[in-house]
Design a protein around this ligand. Sequence first.
Ligand SMILES: [Zn+2]
Length: 256
Amino acid sequence: MMDHQEVQELLPAYADQELGIVETLEIQRHLNGCADCQREYTAQCIVSARFKKEAGYFDAPPHLAQRIIAALPQDAASIRFWHVNWRNFRWRNVGAAMATMLALAWSVGLYLNLPSDQDKLTEEVIASHVRSLQVDHLSDVVSTDQHTVKPWFNGKLNFSPPVVDLAPQGFPLIGGRLDYLAGRPVAALVYRHAKHPINLYIWPTTDRDAPPQSQSRQGYHLVHWTWDGMNYWTASDLAAADLQQFADMVRSVVRQ
Ligand SMILES: [Zn+2]
């Protein structure tokens, strides 16, 4: 004779007509006298019908069942829990769950293959640097005087970029212009070292300070860092070590 608890556990299988004749008759007899189980049975039939509609049958390979069982929690309470749910969670449901997981893995894979914001910004900086050389439009304001270049940005940007002259260090300022990066107007300062132009892009950020990071792409070198609420990106075809030196000098002068 099955008790109420046992019937509850077998109701999903009963609703799916998976039980043998003896269990089926026992449950039918119990259902006649138990309103709780009748309600549960009705609910289970609805769930069952929905799964039949939404998920096709799935033939799980035998080793999969072993692997799933091996992966289940080991303590007795959990085993009981899983055992109960096992009956609810029949192969076609596992098939649906696996399809969902595969779809999820697929989209995560796609997501990981998307270029990161940082990658996109790197591309943008290189494109801007190349464009500034191609159209001979390095500077809107041509001046080696930081006290001319800095005020030139007034009214053109909603922030005031730090403009430092590094002529004594061998990196003279030659001008500035407005540019557009990361979806916003930015200050572009132009320096020169041994005939190589250097673009230094500056714009405000809420990011925390970050040390310089170097990278090379398409024959250009880039260094970027964050300091005191400003993003700094510099790009040039200078040797990587020279650009790193330039970045270090900008950092030390801006901090003073
Ligand atoms: Zn009952």
